[in-house]
Ligand binder design. Sequence first.
Ligand code: PMP
Length: 429
Amino acid sequence: MTASEDRNLPLFERARQVIPGGVNSPVRAFRAVGGTPRFVKRAEGAYFWDANDQRFIDYIGSWGPMILGHGHPAVLEAVQKAALDGFSYGAPTEREIELAEKIIEMMPSIEMVRLVNSGTEAGMSAIRLARGVTGRRTIVKFEGCYHGHADALLVKGGSGMATFGHPTSAGVPPEVVQHTLVLEFNNVAQLEEAFEQYGVDIACVILEPIAGNMNFVRASPEFAKRARELCTENAALLIFDEVMTGFRVGLNSAQGVMGITPDITVMGKVIGGGMPLAAFGASRAIMEHLAPLGPVYQAGTLSGNPIATACGLATLNEISKPGFFDSLSARTTRLVDGLAGAAAKAGLDFAKDSQGGMFGFFLLDHLPQHYTQVLKTDTEKFGRLFHGLLDRGVYIAPALYEAGFVSGAHTDADIDETVAAAAEVFAKL
Ligand code: PMP
């Protein structure tokens, strides 16, 4: 196709006139990989079609939520039915109870849950709750973990050092992040030091149990266990941000896979099945600090939205069916093993990992353990890989710091087509 025939280009031009960067979330703009973003017309199953009616095998799935693929019949039916009963009431509904009960049934560490509209809101509220419960100020986060764009969480540390970090965004005054301690992921000694030095003022430690915002980096068993112990010993709260991993890496999420019980869990993506819905949950004793019962304020006009809860509930019911995660995991493994085999044939460094329906890979000879190691990946080479796949109808995340997602709608044939495309691209890398 010539540039003059590409319908994505004029849409991007038009979008850039009225929306900053032409997008409503930065990574969609293809800044890291160059080129023109694909404007999506429609999606079905494992595919979406762009403005040129070109079909792509979708390994983003809206950045995680679409675990059943697009337009799963049971979910569609639930959403259509809910829409007929009204879009939003601002008053309680039975479906909110059902979704809360379902989340609690699947997430053993949770006794009560509050629904919100985005992962950002859920993370921000969880931090406020932790500070409210403990009466302490300091929050510990890890470099390379993303917890949404709330001010106090937009912080980066300096070169792998334990630091009260500096803002990663303009518009965040240093004072706002002065109580955010940024540490290196998977660095047990540093976490121990931080507790030794600041333990009495640490309200919480927040982490992604499998960090999907630096591609795919697992918290090591030792690190997760030590984080749990240190929080308990110091009366700080351990927060697992399972916005990405929740109901995505397994039926009981990353905490189930790892056998670690956090105090507060932050959720999003899959629990909304593609609708704006997120949540945070904890024990009854912790959650009862929230308004209207307790002094920690938190609220939302659209929270518990009836269409979103219908979509989320139908999604969770489908993934709870026997065998769903076994077959999802098998397909994800088939994908990463296939890619690794193709890379080996091409003589490329390639390291991969996956859990349930979430995967990551690096153009490196080892799996990174923290952000500084992740940064060693060759971004230029990744850009060529991305565009090579895109040209062949395979859509992976347009940035190397992002995990990928397989859905229940991907077939072995889709996976094999993807691996064959990758083999062609790898040969030219
Ligand atoms: N936490 C994690 C682990 C995430 O991956 C994300 C989004 N990718 C968020 C929080 C923020 O969620 P949202 O984009 O819905 O605000």
